[in-house]
Design a protein around this ligand. Sequence first.
Ligand SMILES: [Zn+2]
Length: 180
Amino acid sequence: MSEFTPHTSPSLAALDPLHRYCPRCRAPLTTDEIGGHERALCTACDYVFWGNPVPVVAALVEWQGQMILARNQAWAEGKFGLITGFLERDEAPDEAVRREVGEELSLVATSADLIGLYPFPRKNELLIVYHVRAEGEIVLNEELAEIRLVPPARLQAWDYGTGLAVADWLRRAGLGAQAG
Ligand SMILES: [Zn+2]
């Protein structure tokens, strides 16, 4: 998941083609305001696409005293973020974040402590961000192009998405002067 274009929320009209037609009756959708927000509504039946945010788990991984930042294969050179992923059905968020760390880095999570919850409007996501201590030998899966190991004192937050969690974690660790 890319996290590097700040804060603008796409209008529903810009949503993918799945949301141009009613999933129930195939009629075209239109948009209107319901409950103070723009929604996609069916022009033929009573279907409403509410467009509620999707929860996403993210891990600020600590391994051998260093923090892991990762570059997704889809991201530009030099763009690094946290390990992220979607929850599976019936999966608790802390289980999901441990699973993602295992899948993407091949590490075993030994703890997962919630840093906080952060809105990410551009992707209509709610980020559930954990500080995850992990051990093992790092093996990147196909999602990741490369990682960086950063000493906690040199970690720098960014001002949107998971970066807000990094800033909070730094502040609580007494390293807040680096944030921002
Ligand atoms: Zn319909």
